[in-house]
Design a protein around this ligand. Sequence first.
Ligand SMILES: [Zn+2]
Length: 391
Amino acid sequence: MAQLAKKLKLKGVLLPEATAEEANLIEGIAVHPIQTLSQAVEFLQNPECLQPLPKYSIRTQPNHPPNHHDLDFSDVKGQHSVRRAVEIAVSGNHNLLIIGSPGSGKSMIAKRIPTIMPQPTLDEYLEILSIHSASGYSQEFDPKYPRRPFRAPHHTTSDVALLGGGSFPKPGEISLAHNGVLFLDELPEFKRSTLEVMRQPLEEGTVSISRSQAKITLPASFMLIAAMNPCPCGYHGDPKRPCRCSLQQIARYRSRISGPLLDRIDLHVEAPSLTIKEIQSTQGSEDSKSIRIRCQKARAQQTQRFAHKPLAYQQCNAHMTSQELKTHCSLDDAQLQLLHDAMHQLKLSVRAYDRILKVARTIADLDDSEPILEKHLLEAIQYRNLDRALF
Ligand SMILES: [Zn+2]
């Protein structure tokens, strides 16, 4: 409402105290908090009696803790390759699939991703707040401390709750995750038809909901983090516990996730079960703050690179257009050959090819390297884990 009032060039809005602070983030509109309707009447008779809230500016503070939590990456033992993949994913806003046995710490890691996410810009934060506000959830956010949403719907969540809609249309989980993270644990347990609908938002950053009278489009640009077991029993490839599944069972389980959906997940990484040594280790791992600083730095390079793009969420490597891929991901002849061979051997799709380039760009950014080097490309290729398995 405050955004609309500003657009209509109105001077100010009267709002209940509970939501006034959040509306006050919008520049150029006076926000008067009121407690009762008689206060509103009084204000209309005598505008002097109620001052607008003072404006404050949100300063970007790269080091301020983005969240409430007591969660930190220093709690995560071992899992070096997953940690690395998470860092790359957050740096470039890439989608990530973590495959591992029960107890390997997949969801423990996913829950800590918000602690390393770069702070949203004011525009991004206003989008987050307006979606949550429309759903009645904005009290989960502090207007003064911008943070990104982390949504983790269960696989039994209804399509309407997940994708949005209903007789009185409301944003679903994928819109509530806009400019943040959507975490889908146990990915193959989600209905296949539901996952297929997810392809549009993954491609376009929006979701269309068909209604009897009209079609509405809602923002839904999120980073998808998914987790799954390697097979129905969970222990395929585990060195300590035998897998009891047949090859057919494993193939059927994995085929619940379609190739086109998998193609849209930039990084696939395996989370092996921890060794006894890792479990008993008392040495703390690297903390969230150190990782976050690297992610922020890599993201800042992208913001600069894509500064001409109008929408903040498009200013990242994951959302490069094919023209931008040509400009920012040029490879030399030897690298082209390398990628060509990998595509052939791993039977990768054209879409996977683009994903590899985008991820390689982010790895090079983390390495502070303008050109993409062979090592960056090789690392990006190895995150196409599942393509070469049973699909
Ligand atoms: Zn199994």
